[in-house]
Design a protein around this ligand. Structure first.
Ligand code: ZN
Length: 143
């Protein structure tokens, strides 16, 4: 098990720009403010969605299989911030619904276009929280 104690740091609130890329904007904020650890919540709407699924047998992500291109609500989008390759990195998951309420979701990747997005980022302060390749899962996990 991995267990570390942190304390609350700064709290940020952001309204992201229309048609910007959701994941890229979150990474930009965390890198600009040098948020090395934290958690993020996003609600709003998107005009396109791209997300990944990690195949545990193949040990790789598939991305384009689940690409959508329509108006959707962000039902939930949450994740965390840690350090990967020496810089702040957002690991986000998203659930989005279509106009009938049907939801899809997974690992958020670049390629999701914002219609409107309200973000809260809570920084946490403590030891370094760093991602490295985990040989068992082949994911970059906290070390
Ligand atoms: Zn993920």
């Amino acid at each position: 098990m991995f267990l570390k104690q942190f304390e609350r740091g700064r709290t940020f609130v952001a309204k992201l720009d229309y048609q910007a890329d959701l994941l890229e904007e979150l990474n930009k904020i965390c890198q600009h403010e040098y948020i090395k650890a934290g958690y993020i919540q996003v609600i709003g709407a998107i005009s396109s969605l791209k997300y990944g699924f990690f195949d545990q047998d193949e040990k790789e992500y598939t991305y384009n299989t689940y690409a959508y291109d329509e108006s959707m609500e962000i039902v939930s989008c949450s994740g965390n911030v840690s350090v990967k390759d020496g810089k702040p990195f957002c690991h986000m998951h998203i659930v989005a619904s279509d106009k009938k309420g049907k939801c899809v979701g997974g690992h958020l990747v670049a390629g999701t276009s914002i219609y409107a997005a309200e973000v809260v980022i809570q920084e946490i302060l403590g030891e370094d929280l760093v991602r490295e390749l985990d040989e068992t899962t082949k994911l970059t996990l906290w070390k």
